[in-house]
Design a protein around this ligand. Sequence first.
Ligand code: PSV
Ligand code: MN
Ligand code: MN
Length: 424
Amino acid sequence: MQIELEHISDYNQTQLEGHQRKLSYWTQEVAKAEPVIQKLIEFQVAIPSWALGTGGTRFGRFPGGGEPRSLEEKIADVGLLHALNRASGAISLHIPWDIPTDPQAVKQLAAQNGLRFDAVNSNTFQDQADQALSYKFGSLQHTDAAVRQQAIDHNIDVIKHGVELGSDSLTVWLSDGSCFPGQLNFRKAFDRTLSSLAEIYAALPDDWKLFVEYKAFEPNFYSMTVGDWGSSFLFASKLGPKAYTLVDLGHHLPNANIEQIVAILLHQGKLGGFHFNDSKYGDDDLTVGSIRPYQLFLIFTELVDGMDARGMNHAKDLGWMIDASHNVKDPLEDLLQSVEAIQLAYAQALLVDREALEEAREANDPVRAQEILQDAFRTDVRPLVAEARRRAGGSLNPLGLYRTLDVRQQLIGERGAKTFATGL
Ligand code: PSV
Ligand code: MN
Ligand code: MN
């Protein structure tokens, strides 16, 4: 299945009149429209290779058909998304779930689809069939030096795969921790993890970044060795300038103020990137913006403000990625919704009158501060996002075109109704 340029232009033609009517409000009333559109065109969100099939819970999984059966088909799926929205120009691999056996060919295929390789992810939270030692009691924290070495070697191997693909960052998420009080010596676990991470850090190419992802709970439910932004920040600080904290929106204790965490990490030069998703209860991995769109907007407001304060490039200086799972939706449709939610929050954040906000803050005027933020949040920026997509060569309405072309049915025709993508 290929989405041709004519598909896009024919479909856009059917939508154009309505689109231009909505956009005219912006071009007539709002001076900021043009810079926002330009920034949106540049902004890309990476798609994880493990989110292209239907996910599930430990109670079951309900595959939807036409799922990608190989890395090549996963790249093709991300290519479809990118053809539709022109904002999903990167793919992130989880190894060994996806191992490029012929890296040059895979790199070429990605380039043909307009994609680059985002962060590579290691996996020491599961035992693989051919693995000598078990991670049941942790990996980089393990009491046995041989287990730690096995996990270190795996991470170095993942870096090598990433180098071959032209990636420039490694994300390490550890499930290490303990399930019961007394099980683990916290200080020893911290020291062992730090020295293991230092060995991985030493193997990073000069222009690479190491992202240390934290998570408060699951699969360990008493303690997680990299359990919060404080411990991730500590590891990243001790490791050195190439190490950063990665924020996954679902990895906090309930009601955490994520925007404040983001603001401080960014202020300290230690924010590396994001795993976007949404949640109501825990690490739910739901569609971005489906539960707490205001929180997402507040996070982006801090990002825009903090990145500008540090002279950072919004599109390039942080890792932007989705980390979601799709249990009842078509994964490709779900990912289109997630990317759009991110773009909307970003566009709204760009609209915030930051000068006026700062004045309100200095004057201790919370009413005015709230008005300023909510004025931006309640603005319908969908025409701006659509216009950015149109100018970049994408569809005015990616989801609409996806359904018009009946993409899923086509994929089922090509791949079969009972395919099973690797990943979560
Ligand atoms: C762990 O919950 C996590 O967020 C990490 O980023 C893993 O790499 C990913 O999920 C696996 O889906
Ligand atoms: Mn994650
Ligand atoms: Mn997670």
